[in-house]
Design a protein around this ligand. Sequence first.
Ligand code: IPE
Ligand code: IPE
Ligand code: MG
Length: 251
Amino acid sequence: MEQLKSQIAKNPVPNHIAVIMDGNGRWAKLKGKPRIFGHKNGITSVRQVIEGCAEIGINYLTMYAFSTENWNRPKLEVKTLMALLVSSLKKELKTLQKNNIKLNTIGNIENLPKKAQIELAEVIEKTKNNSTLTLTLALSYGSREEIVNVIKNISKKVVNNQLNVEEIDEKIINNHLYTFSLPDVDFMIRTSGEKRISNFLLWQIAYAELYFTDTFWPDFRKENLFNAIIEYQNRERRFGKTSEQIEKINE
Ligand code: IPE
Ligand code: IPE
Ligand code: MG
């Protein structure tokens, strides 16, 4: 582990990592257990990734915990996931404080059960002055819904003469997204072997490096995160330029 960390320390780390935590259900099924057993075990992985990010100096970590589409799952699974969210928030507050981590959320939080909303508000308030890592939980989050809301809100401003159509640019769109306070995603990780984005941060990943691993989320550990970051560090991010131009900038 220390060797992985010292290898990572030689190169810049991604500023913002986004994680699609997938494969809890299949992990549980392989063990002959109910899906919820997978969700419960996934919490260990959440803790590992948060700690790992804090240890190597990641500034922003955004985790996809519940999508707008996940509301269509069986009622009992949804209910248990919400209960797990509340109990984990209660349990993890101490760890967040100890590691100087600030909690943030994106998504349609008003759709969550009242209990979850109250717990979230409390942890956000108590961690608001923390400054090492910003941990954003995507809850009842859907990228298309987010973009629809952006368009509605910008349109209202235009209709009310608060904004000219000509003024609308990428920055203004950014400022209206749930993620207005976050930088672009540099690195997106998805576990469980699925190679899709599933409505997560479509605008924000325009130039992110994508990383897919077959490991199911409940098996994902700090080592897996560190290995993923080493792969990220070996990629060349060109942002549309040529390799030669990038080498010159790095000289
Ligand atoms: C990810 O695991 C957790 C959530 C989406 C809430 P899944 O529950 O999607 O597990 P699989 O993909 O069915 O294995
Ligand atoms: C994406 O996983 C959402 C979360 C990880 C919270 P899903 O399991 O819901 O995605 P699909 O349905 O396989 O695309
Ligand atoms: Mg899944």
